[in-house]
Every structure is written in structure tokens, then in C-alpha cells.
Design a protein around this ligand. Structure first.
Ligand SMILES: Cc1cc2nc3c(=O)[nH]c(=O)nc-3n(C[C@H](O)[C@H](O)[C@H](O)COP(=O)(O)OP(=O)(O)OC[C@H]3O[C@@H](n4cnc5c(N)ncnc54)[C@H](O)[C@@H]3O)c2cc1C
Length: 380
């Protein structure tokens, strides 16, 4: 049952205040300490953020995609590490289970994921399999009631906090059809988590290697049939791309607001920067592109809620919104001038943070390939 409009509006209102009053003052601290404070994580759990997309029967809020992207837009207005804290539970870590899990698997895991007691991660990428994700080499070999899982995953978001991984591993021959998906509890023997990587931006959100050394995964933890894993992963990424695109739009809107405020108060040549048409041109380009990106996100989410295929729309939204936020961040640094380059103003931090959006959940080049393939499939 969807939330009624008043309840949803109240949720957005609460989130908007939480972002403005609780999270934005902590942006510098989170970046310096590379950690989201434990009390913030507790507050997020109490607000139901870990279960935004989990059906209500399992304790989540059961938001539609159109509602979820509205929440993601709001979280774009602050440092993206905050969103990442619950992002894998809402998206790539849980949605394989929501889409393809059995009733028993859902009943076992979804309530903990919705409450945030269980943190989930999505483990597809490997040292040798990035953009070519169908070439994963992690192996799951059937041995009676278990699969023996061996291999290495790389750059896995929230791996150091996760108690459950959705892992794509090879059970059959080469290519996409040889890949299956598994729910792998982190406390099984043979699961090893690497140290958090040092990154260009998004401090507070951690990525680590994950190693599986002959891990006995119960056969009952397989998601769907053998050979379905890659298709499940791609469906998970389709909806994840809309979510990421919405975050990009939120950050673009934040950056435009910051740049407009700065341009209004900073004076040169005896007048505010905002009166210079070359500054206005940058604001106009950022605003127009952000409005276009927002429209792609809203339309993609509405199509998803209507049950339409969204592979093309999600790729286009993610491609355009992530490229847009890169340009918007670059212009914001320019409008701030020297201050844009100085850490205290926070603009250079967002500039670094947004670089990731063109890389993960499919690089811009992979989105271009998907868009072209789907467009040609549809005949133009
Ligand atoms: C901070 C962070 C968090 C991440 N979180 C997760 C996670 O939670 N789970 C997970 O599974 N993965 C995660 N990833 C991995 C991420 O999805 C991959 O890094 C990404 O898909 C790109 O793969 P790659 O790094 O191997 O780059 P490569 O595939 O080696 O690509 C390098 C360059 O070549 C280009 N390229 C590759 N193939 C083609 C082609 N056919 N045509 C044109 N250009 C091409 C790419 O676009 C890119 O520009 C994360 C990565 C980072 C950095």
C-alpha cells in the first residue's frame, strides 16, 4: 500500500529539515574523519531511511520509485556520504532480494535490512571485471547443500559495515548466462574484508575489497535460478541509476543555490558578481541542464512505477545527470573564484565528491553504449 500524500509530504519535510539542520553542519567533520557519526546513523534508522524501498509487509516504507527519487533529491543537498550510509540497503544491496528472492529469503532478511540492523552491499565488480561485468571470475561450485564460493570483489561500497552481501558469481560457462546471484552473510567462514580505500572524495562512504576463500554458502541462499544472476544485477542497476541520477540533480541544485548566494554578496568592480552577464551565463547553463536532468529522472521514475522497461531511460538519466553535476560543480568553483578552491568553502569538496557519479553503477561510456543499444533495439 503506497503512503498517502500527506504522510509522504511530511516525510519529505522531515528529511529536508534533517538535511539542513543536522547533516549540513557536519559536512566538514565527516570529510575530515572519513566517518558518518554513529548518532546520525541511529537517527537515520529511526526515520526509516534504511527501508525506504523495502515493502511495508517487511517493515519498510515501500516507497514508489517516484517517491524514492524525491528523497534522493533531498539527500543530494548535502555531502553524498550521508546518502551512501543507507544507499546500499535501499538500492543495490537489497533490490536483488526484493525482485528475485523467495518468500522465505525475504522473510529472513528484509526486516533487518529495512530497520538498518542488517547492512547490505552489492558485490559485482572484480579486479579483472569492471565495465565488462559479465566476465566475473568469482566461482560458486555446487557441493551438496552448499555452493563453495571463491574469488575477489573490488570497490564494494559499505563492505566494512555489511553483514550481508549480494554476490554475483560464476556457476556456469563464460558470459552473462553463467552468472548466478547469492546472498552471502559476512560471518560465514572464509569471508575477508579489506581496509577502506583512500578516495578522491565522498569521505565517510567506504569501499573495500571483499575476498571469498572457499566460503560454504547454503544453496538456499541462491537468488532465483542458476544463470539468472547477471540479469538480476542489471535490473538492480537500472533502478539504482535513477536513484543516483536524482542525487546528482539534488547536488546540482545545492551548488546552484550556493553559487547564486555567493554571487549576490561578493563584489568586484564595485558591483555584485551576480550582475556580470558572464557569471549569469554560467548560472543559466547550470540551471537549464539541471532542469533537464530533473525531468529525465522524474519521467524515468514514473515509467518504472507504470511497469514499463526503463533500461534506456535510467541510463539516459544517469548519463545526463552525472555529466551535468560535473559541469555544474566546475562552474560553481569558477563563480567562487579562489574561494572555490579553498577547503573551508566546501565547494571544492563537492567538486571532488561528484566525480564518482560518472564512474560507478556504470561509467558514462557504458551508459552511452546502453542508450545506443536500446535505441537501436527500439528502432530509433
Ligand atoms: C567509490 C566506488 C564505489 C563503488 N561501489 C561499488 C559497489 O558497491 N559494488 C560494485 O560491484 N562495484 C562498485 N564500484 C565499482 C564501479 O562500478 C566500477 O569502478 C565501474 O563500473 C568501472 O569499472 P572499472 O573501475 O573496472 O573501470 P574499467 O571498466 O576498467 O573502465 C576504465 C575506462 O574504460 C572505459 N571503458 C570500458 N569499457 C569500455 C567500452 N566497451 N567502450 C568504451 N569505453 C569503455 C570506461 O568507461 C572507463 O572510462 C565502485 C567504484 C567506486 C570507485
Amino acid at each position: 500500500m503506497p503512503l498517502d500524500a500527506d504522510t509522504f509530504d511530511a516525510l519529505i519535510d522531515t528529511i529536508r529539515r534533517f538535511v539542513a539542520e543536522r547533516l549540513r553542519p557536519l559536512e566538514g567533520k565527516v570529510a575530515d574523519e572519513d566517518e558518518v557519526p554513529a548518532e546520525i546513523v541511529r537517527e537515520m534508522k529511526a526515520m526509516g531511511l534504511f527501508g525506504l524501498s523495502i515493502p511495508q509487509e517487511f517493515g519498510g516504507l515501500g516507497l514508489t520509485m517516484s517517491e524514492e527519487v524525491r528523497v534522493a533529491l533531498e539527500f543530494g543537498r548535502t555531502t553524498p556520504a550521508f546518502r551512501s550510509t543507507f544507499g546500499t540497503n535501499v538500492g543495490i544491496g537489497s533490490q536483488g532480494l526484493v525482485m528475485a528472492g523467495s518468500d522465505a529469503q525475504k522473510a529472513q532478511w528484509l526486516p533487518g535490512i529495512a530497520s538498518g540492523e542488517t547492512i547490505t552491499s552489492f558485490a559485482l565488480t572484480e579486479p579483472g571485471a569492471g565495465s565488462d561485468s559479465a566476465s566475473v571470475q568469482t566461482r560458486a561450485i555446487r557441493d551438496g547443500d552448499v555452493y563453495r564460493l571463491s574469488g575477489s570483489k573490488r570497490f564494494i561500497t559499505n563492505a566494512d559495515k555489511a553483514s550481508l552481501f549480494t554476490v554475483m558469481a560464476r556457476t556456469g560457462g563464460e558470459g552473462a548466462n553463467g552468472v548466478s546471484a547469492f546472498l552471502v552473510p559476512a560471518d560465514l567462514p572464509g569471508v575477508g574484508i579489506g581496509k577502506p580505500e583512500k578516495k578522491m572524495g565522498q569521505q565517510g562512504a567506504h569501499v573495500c575489497d571483499v575476498n571469498f576463500d572457499d566460503v560454504p554458502v547454503p544453496a538456499s541462499n541462491r537468488l532465483g535460478e542458476e544463470g539468472e544472476g547477471f540479469r538480476i544485477a542489471m535490473r538492480v542497476l537500472d533502478r539504482g541509476r535513477l536513484h543516483i541520477a536524482a542525487v546528482c540533480v539534488g547536488i546540482s541544485e545545492r551548488l546552484i543555490a550556493d553559487a547564486v548566494a555567493y554571487a549576490a554578496q561578493r563584489k568586484q568592480f564595485g558591483k555584485p558578481l551576480a550582475e556580470f552577464q558572464l557569471i549569469q551565463a554560467m548560472i543559466a547553463d547550470s540551471k537549464t541542464e539541471t532542469m533537464a536532468a530533473r525531468a529525465l529522472v522524474i519521467e524515468g521514475a514514473a515509467l518504472k512505477d507504470a511497469g514499463a522497461p526503463i533500461t534506456l531511460e535510467a541510463a539516459a538519466a544517469k548519463y545526463f545527470a552525472s555529466e551535468t553535476v560535473g559541469r555544474v560543480a566546475d562552474r560553481a568553483v569558477q563563480i567562487f573564484g579562489g574561494a572555490g578552491y579553498i577547503a573551508d568553502y566546501g565547494i571544492e569538496r563537492l567538486y571532488r565528491d561528484v566525480r564518482l557519479f560518472r564512474i560507478y553503477e556504470g561509467t558514462s561510456q557504458i551508459q552511452q553504449l546502453v542508450i545506443a543499444r536500446e535505441t537501436m533495439k527500439r528502432g530509433g
